[in-house]
Design a protein around this ligand. Structure first.
Ligand code: PEP
Length: 280
C-alpha cells in the first residue's frame, strides 16, 4: 500500500536527482571497477536505457586480505570522466576509511563534470562509529548506510543517527539481507519486507540490494528470475532505491562475478522494476 505521508519523509536533491520516500532510482553497475573498458560499456548501456545513476565499487571490503581489494583512488579519474561522458549524475561508491572521502572529493573537483558520489557504508562497517562520524561531518555527498547483517534493526537505525548527529541527514538506508544459521537458498535472508517498517520508523528513503541478498548463480541457477522476484517484492513494498550488480562479462569480474547480471538482462530488469512500481 501507499504511505504518502509527505510530512514525515526526509528528502534531498543531489546533482539534480531527488531522493525521498516517494521516488525510485535504480543504481545498476559494477560491484568492483576492474577495467576502463568495462566501466565504459556499463555506463554506455545505462545511458541507452535512460539511467543517470550507477554503482561503482572502488574500495572493496573483502573477507580475505588476499582477494582483490579494488583499484582505489587510481581509477577515480577515469570513472568520473566516463560518468561525465555518459550523463551519469550520481555514483554509489563504498568507502571504508575517512581518507577515501577526501580522495573522492578531490577527484570529483578535478573532473569538472556535474557528477556526484553517494558514499556507501557497507554492512561490515555499519557500526564503525569513527567512519560514520567522519562521513557525517562532510555534508555535501549523500550517504547510503547499509543495515548491519548481524545486529538488530534498531542498532542499524542508531548508526544512521551517527551520520545525522554530525550534520549529514542526506541518508538512504539500505537493506541487503541478513545472515542466518537456518540454511538459506540465498546468500542472505532477504529482508525486503522490512522496507515499510524502516520507512515508518526512520523517515528515510530505503534502498534494497537484491544482488547481495540473493548471491551467486551457483545458489540460484535461474538468477535473473530470483533477483527480479526479490526486487519486485522490495519495490512493491515501497523501496526508493535499488542497488544491483551488473557486469559486461561476469566471468571476468574480479569481485562477485557470479552474482552480477549480464547487460542483456538490464532491459528486462528495468522493465520488471517499472511493473512492480506501478503495483506499489
Ligand atoms: C557492496 O555493495 O559492494 C557490498 C560489499 O555490500 P554489503 O556491504 O551489503 O556486503
Amino acid at each position: 500500500g501507499r504511505h504518502h505521508d509527505n510530512e514525515r519523509s526526509l528528502e534531498f536533491t543531489y546533482k539534480g536527482v531527488t531522493f525521498s520516500q516517494h521516488e525510485l532510482h535504480v543504481f545498476a553497475g559494477l560491484c568492483a571497477v576492474d577495467t576502463p573498458e568495462h566501466v565504459e560499456t556499463m555506463m554506455q548501456a545505462l545511458q541507452e536505457h535512460g539511467q543517470v545513476c550507477t554503482r561503482m565499487g572502488v574500495y572493496k571490503p573483502r573477507t580475505s586480505p588476499y582477494a582483490f581489494q579494488g583499484h582505489g583512488k587510481s581509477c577515480l579519474p577515469y570513472v568520473f570522466e566516463l560518468a561525465g561522458k555518459y550523463g551519469i549524475r550520481v555514483i554509489a561508491m563504498e568507502v571504508t576509511h575517512e581518507n577515501h572521502v577526501r580522495e573522492i572529493h578531490e577527484a570529483l573537483e578535478q573532473t569538472g563534470h556535474p557528477t556526484g558520489v553517494m558514499l556507501q557504508i557497507g554492512t561490515r562497517n555499519t557500526q564503525n562509529f569513527e567512519l560514520l562520524k567522519a562521513v557525517g561531518r562532510q555534508t555535501e555527498m549523500p550517504v547510503l548506510l547499509k543495515r548491519g547483517f548481524g545486529i538488530t534493526l534498531e542498532e542499524s537505525l542508531n548508526a544512521a543517527e551517527y551520520l545525522a548527529s554530525e550534520g549529514n541527514s542526506r541518508i538512504v538506508f539500505g537493506l541487503r539481507g541478513m545472515k542466518t544459521n537456518m540454511g538459506d537458498p540465498h546468500r542472505n535472508f532477504v529482508d525486503f519486507a522490512h522496507v515499510p517498517v524502516v520507512k515508518r520508523l526512520s523517515r528515510l528513503p530505503v534502498c534494497i540490494d537484491p544482488s547481495h541478498s540473493v548471491g551467486s548463480r551457483d545458489r540460484a541457477p535461474d538468477r535473473l528470475l530470483d533477483v527480479m522476484h526479490v526486487t519486485a517484492q522490495g519495490v512493491i513494498a515501497g523501496a526508493n532505491m535499488v542497488l544491483v550488480d551488473f557486469h559486461p562479462a561476469p566471468e571476468k569480474a574480479l569481485v562477485d562475478g557470479p552474482q552480477a547480471l549480464r547487460l542483456d538482462e538490464l532491459a528486462p530488469f528495468l522493465q520488471d522494476v517499472q511493473v512492480a512500481r506501478e503495483a506499489y
